[in-house]
Write a protein that binds this ligand. Sequence first.
Ligand SMILES: Nc1ncnc2c1ncn2[C@@H]1O[C@H](COP(=O)(O)OP(=O)(O)O)[C@@H](O)[C@H]1O
Ligand SMILES: [Mg+2]
Length: 274
Amino acid sequence: MIRFEKVSFSYMEEGSTLQDLSFTIEKGSITALVGANGAGKTTLAKLIRGLIHPTAGRILFEEEDISKCKASTLAARMGYLFQNPDRQICKNTVGEELDFTLERTVQDPIERQRLKDDVLNALQLDPADEPFLLSRGERQKVALASALVHRPQLLILDEPTTGLDYKECTQIMEYVQALNRQGVTVVMVCHDMEIVLDYADHVIVMHSGKITADGKTRQILQDPTALTSSALLPPQIIGLAARLMADGYSGFEGICTVDAMATQIEAARKAVTA
Ligand SMILES: Nc1ncnc2c1ncn2[C@@H]1O[C@H](COP(=O)(O)OP(=O)(O)O)[C@@H](O)[C@H]1O
Ligand SMILES: [Mg+2]
């Protein structure tokens, strides 16, 4: 769906923020962009959305050069959640915020109403609420709702769960996953490796403007060098499996879930007592 061909980007005349990036994002996937602060994740997300353009190389969206696509086409086919929801929300009520997106992307008023009701219902939002009187988590939901209310083909989320409690985080991610199952491709910047393990099928690791690893989620999260080179820690269950293997226990290779871990510990216990 998205292909980067030797893309570089600089904010200033000198120095390069992103250097020579080549990768693809498959249609129908959930791809997590991970890496330390300043690695270039937000810059990469903005390039995918066409908000900024490469200083070298090109980016293809469904085989079309993004820099040649009309802004209105990209707005209709993509959704973008900014890292800070307060930079995105610009209207006085939740309903008006959603209308703002819909008026620019969907022609038919009946369809607009249907899409709006759908998202309000799914994320349990009240159209009359004033966004700036809501909690951080609720504002994040409003910003997410306005990023996806028009059902874009590609949804780009810059840290969708930062600052949310567990329940809010799960609600947002379950909804994103449901949309993905209906065919929406998702790219999300994420710091939480537990969420990456639970929801992403693909991971791209960034470090100082370069891609240092790119592959299936479990393969990347179980590769210690892929993570430590970018100052990342694996999800706890994968860290525990690695620790047990380092201590000489066998059978813990590839364990990524609590259930698999419990089964293997039980098997190890039986082997000792047998
Ligand atoms: N608007 C900007 N102007 C100049 N430099 C910027 C701008 N935005 C980000 N940068 C710099 O680009 C680098 C990558 O930033 P960013 O893409 O925000 O990283 P991340 O999202 O991984 O934290 C950082 O060194 C940052 O200081
Ligand atoms: Mg960022």
